[in-house]
Design a protein around this ligand. Structure first.
Ligand SMILES: Cc1cc2nc3c(=O)[nH]c(=O)nc-3n(C[C@H](O)[C@H](O)[C@H](O)COP(=O)(O)OP(=O)(O)OC[C@H]3O[C@@H](n4cnc5c(N)ncnc54)[C@H](O)[C@@H]3O)c2cc1C
Length: 140
């Protein structure tokens, strides 16, 4: 685990928690979103993504077992829910569908624009979208 990164003019170095120190001409920080190694001149106002998933046991489903539906942004499955469709035009969400077996399928509805402190996309609405997608697709 890296606990310190030092950048100098011609080389950088890292110090690890097991006492190892490494020097290199280039150190790339790939420690992700929560990195503490980058200093910012302004307070950060991060966006957060949220997701709601359901593993459903069904009598049958319309999906090929060897295919996944990835990032389906269409809103056709909200046809019977006008308020869901109106909300979706403001903050869009996408659907994943992952069939495991002929009677098991995983659905996940994701919002990339939810915020931690002030939710643009309440979890409740995401859950409703996931359930709406599941019921529409399941009844195809
Ligand atoms: C629930 C969820 C669902 C997602 N779904 C999708 C999706 O469907 N499609 C999509 O494109 N993206 C998705 N994402 C986003 C995607 O996972 C991230 O954008 C991506 O993982 C960022 O990659 P990264 O390498 O920058 O950081 P990370 O994947 O966070 O990797 C950072 C790594 O650095 C390590 N690390 C941190 N600090 C230190 C340290 N001090 N020393 C050593 N190691 C350290 C961490 O342990 C971690 O392994 C999802 C994210 C979440 C949370």
């Amino acid at each position: 685990m890296v606990w310190k990164v030092k950048h100098e003019e011609f080389e950088s170095s890292i110090a690890c928690d097991d006492g190892i120190e490494l020097r290199a001409s280039l150190v790339v920080d790939a420690s992700g979103f929560a990195s503490t190694f980058t200093e910012y001149d302004k307070p950060r106002n991060n966006g957060y993504q949220i997701a709601h998933g359901i593993l459903a046991e069904v009598d049958h489903h319309p999906f090929d077992l060897d295919k996944m539906v990835l990032m389906d942004w269409r809103d056709s499955h909200m046809g019977n829910e006008p308020c869901l469709r109106a909300n979706n035009s403001k903050v869009s969400t996408f659907l994943y569908a992952m069939p495991f077996y002929s009677k098991f399928v995983f659905f996940e509805e994701t919002s990339l624009k939810a915020k931690y402190d002030k939710l643009c996309m309440p979890m409740q609405r995401l859950s409703e979208m996931c359930c709406s997608a599941m019921s529409q697709l399941y009844h195809r």
